[in-house]
Design a protein around this ligand. Structure first.
Ligand code: ATP
Ligand code: MG
Length: 428
């Protein structure tokens, strides 16, 4: 026999015993978005491949190795989105949001797709939340994105977070740094000792060598020059404003001179937020400024700054820290019948209770009473309504309080009002 089809590697089914954790995170995000004035946009899951080639960059890992690209039936090259920033900027341009008062603050969430080596906290399909502030170049916008992410984590109860921050300069000051970096690698132990990938990066994109996770490269880049020493006055002042602001918003921030984005349209602020619990996949958030991205995808110049955060990594960290993840949704009432001839009575009562705003369920499988009681206990319902022959004949219902074990008989037509009352008392 052929074996049954499984979910593709790197994807997973988030089942009912867990999916509410994602909902909880999204609800918190929605609350913070509202409080900070971000409006939600729902964007396509696939885009023209070119958007990502130009909007993320040909020399990044994401575009070089991780994209799910396919040719559609109209012979167009499409790609499942690996991130949201490029789509956000495309949408801003396409809908001429430049004509609205600036800044435009947008957020979105959904699944992203990257062909990566799956491991804990790293999947081929994963959820991201994404917040962007478009149309202003003030460092206060950079600060606000960090504040937004920290507020989300604070409300979720995530602790022990560290903000790593750096500046990547701008096309005016970065070339000098790139030269300084190349000189550094060419002299001393440099070039030969780098890993093969980094030797390839040396000509194409030397800044990315700083980003390499391999120990041999990290050892060398430890003493590499810092970009902060090469910043032009404007970038230096911007960085100063952001870092000064970080202490005002209570963020535990540390300068990380290795934090870089090797592409021209990433400018000034770059940051990452780490959670100790995550091990090697320890980034819960990546963000920064990209003042030249809109131009890179064919639009006018629009400054922007934002961040993306992975929901799976947030959930793993919250679980690791033993934080509250919301409650598993459950019904309040489970209706049980003594015989299958009373099934319609049970359905009618459940219907009535739901109409009165009381989440209710019943058994449709025609199981025996004992099995139904077991099902009722498993459902987590606080109350079980029992309809037996006697109850049916006398127009009553027996209600069992599942936490106290107490059982009492009430008139059938008072069931909804009584249960609403008891439920309220219980939830108080
Ligand atoms: P990493 O260095 O861990 O690969 P990244 O720099 O590729 O991260 P970003 O592109 O900045 O990550 O994405 C923002 C956030 O999305 C990350 O901080 C992380 O929380 C999450 N994320 C990225 N890739 C994955 C993945 N494959 N699986 C789960 N979460 C991910
Ligand atoms: Mg990555």
């Amino acid at each position: 026999m052929e074996s049954a089809i499984k979910a593709p590697r790197g994807t997973r089914d988030v089942l009912g015993d867990e999916s509410w954790k994602w909902t909880h995170v999204l609800n918190v995000c929605r609350g913070v978005a509202g409080d900070f004035g971000f409006s939600e946009v729902l964007l396509p899951i696939f885009e023209h491949t070119e958007l990502f080639c130009r909007g993320i960059g040909d020399t990044t890992d994401v575009v070089e190795k991780e994209m799910y690209t396919f040719i559609d039936k109209g012979d167009r090259s499409m790609t499942l989105r690996p991130e949201l920033t490029a789509s956000m900027v495309r949408s801003y341009l396409e809908h001429d949001m430049r004509r609205a008062p600036q800044p435009v603050k947008l957020w979105s969430a959904g699944p992203m797709f990257r062909y990566e080596r799956p491991q804990k906290g790293r999947y081929r399909q994963f959820w991201q939340i994404d917040f962007e502030i478009l149309g202003v170049s003030s460092p206060m916008a950079d600060l606000e994105t960090i504040d937004t992410s920290m507020e989300i984590y604070r409300r979720l109860g995530l602790t022990n977070l560290q903000v790593l921050i750096n500046s990547v300069g701008c096309p005016k000051c970065r070339p000098a740094y790139r030269d300084a970096l190349k000189r550094f690698f060419e002299s001393g132990p440099g070039l030969e000792a780098l890993c093969e990938t980094c030797r390839g990066r040396f000509d194409r994109n030397p800044l990315r060598i700083l980003d390499c996770k391999k120990p041999e490269c990290r050892e060398i880049t430890e003493s590499a020059p810092a970009i902060l020493d090469s910043l032009c006055c404007e970038c230096a002042a911007h960085f100063e404003d952001v870092t000064r602001g970080l202490s005002r918003i209570g963020a535990d921030a540390r300068l990380d001179k290795r934090l870089v984005r090797g592409l021209d349209y990433y400018t000034k602020t770059a940051y990452e937020i780490l959670a100790g619990e995550l091990g090697s996949q320890n980034a819960v958030c990546g963000g920064g400024r990209y003042d030249n991205l809109a131009e890179a995808i064919g639009g006018p110049s629009v400054p922007g700054v934002g961040f993306a955060s992975g929901i799976e990594r947030i959930v793993i960290t919250l679980e690791g820290q033993g934080a509250f993840l919301g409650d598993k949704p459950r019904v309040d009432v489970y209706v049980v019948t003594a015989s299958s001839s009373l099934a319609l009575e049970a359905s009618a009562l459940a219907h009535e209770l739901r109409s009165s705003g009381i989440p209710s369920d019943t058994d449709y499988a025609g199981r025996g009473m004992k099995a139904q009681m077991k099902q009722a206990a498993a459902s987590g319902a606080g109350f079980v309504c029992i309809i037996g022959e006697d109850e049916a004949a006398s127009g009553t219902v027996s209600v069992k309080n599942m936490s106290s074990g107490e059982q009492r008989s009430i008139p059938r037509d008072e069931a909804a009002s009584k249960l609403a009352l008891w439920r309220e008392e219980r939830n108080r």
